[in-house]
Design a protein around this ligand. Structure first.
Ligand code: T3D
Length: 264
């Protein structure tokens, strides 16, 4: 008997849906799931048929971070080198999500804890079921937030809220996460997947070259000056202005018809 895939992958209408699939462990990461998720995001980089990604979880949780069963100190042996595991597993995936010049929608269907929460925050547009909660669970087990958590929380929330969440591991409900600007919106549980799929499909049918450039510009704004950003916007706009999608968008506007974008 073959084990179920740890990440389900399906491509339709230009949307690559990646579903974390260890529901009995709240989709916590073992090595296989790390590699499968990374392969999925890599495919999104390499496959021109993929024009947007939708990341979600199966079962009642989104992702509970690292599978702690794989870190059981009672099994003996030396302490694990978690710097090595971050560098080997989490960091490459985070970098692949952020560097993918295609929209990544995240549908947080339930609890998102530890690295699971921070992987969600690394996505471009995050929708969460109203019942979902985000937990910086690291403080409960003596670790520091990883998977970009300290960077995202500090940038988005500022130090007071970032520190309180990280030091207390208090759950943050989806609606408050949306009020605080950590995610795009909280939606009724029953509507989550339909809304996330519709959003991902509409992005995939959009001018994805321009959307990818936009993603890059907004991300790099965190670390540039206005002066540098004006130069980068100029260069990106020059590229966008030469795209088939720009010609199609303007033509469609002038002809009063819906645009048919190709992502080129
Ligand atoms: O190690 C490295 O490489 C470094 C990187 C670290 C990254 C990290 O993410 S560290 C943080 C790891 N995650 C956690 O500390 C969260 C642990 N989980 C929880 O605190 C709770 O499960 C939740 C708050 C997420 C959900 O609580 P609840 O009450 O809704 O569910 P539950 O009953 O605790 O969990 C349901 C099942 O999932 C349960 O299994 P069982 O008893 O039914 O057989 C539970 O053990 C399992 N589960 C949940 N989280 C994990 C897990 N199993 C392994 N690892 C988990 N992280």
């Amino acid at each position: 008997m073959t084990a179920s895939p740890t990440v389900l992958s399906a491509l339709a209408d230009g949307v690559l849906v990646l579903t974390l699939n260890r529901p009995e462990k709240l989709n916590s990461f073992n090595e296989d799931m790390h590699l499968a998720l990374r392969a999925g995001i890599r495919r999104a980089h390499d496959d021109s048929d993929v024009r947007a990604v939708l990341l979600t979880g199966s079962g009642r949780g989104f992702c509970a971070g690292q599978d702690l069963g794989d870190r059981d100190p009672r099994k003996g042996g030396p302490a694990p080198d978690l710097g090595h595991t971050l560098e080997t597993f989490y960091n490459p995936t985070l970098r692949l999500i952020r560097s993918l010049e295609k929209p990544v929608v995240c549908a947080v269907n339930g609890v998102a804890a530890g690295a699971g929460a921070n992987i969600a925050f690394a996505c471009d547009i995050v929708l969460a079921a109203k019942s979902a909660r985000f937990i910086q669970a690291f403080a409960k087990i003596g670790l520091v937030p990883d998977a970009g958590g300290t960077w995202q929380l500090a940038r988005i929330l500022g130090e007071p809220r970032a520190k309180a969440l990280a030091l207390t591991a208090e759950p943050l409900m989806a609606e408050k996460a949306a009020d605080w600007g950590l995610i795009w919106k909280a939606v009724d549980d029953a509507d989550l997947m339909a809304e996330a799929e519709a959003l991902a499909r509409s992005l995939a049918a959009g001018p994805t070259l321009g959307l990818g450039l936009t993603k890059r510009l907004i991300q790099q704004a965190a670390t540039t000056t206005l002066d540098q950003q004006l130069d980068t916007e100029r260069d990106a706009q020059q590229q966008a202005g030469r795209s088939a999608d720009y010609a199609e968008g303007v033509t469609a506007f002038l002809e009063k018809r819906p645009a048919r974008f190709s992502g080129q």
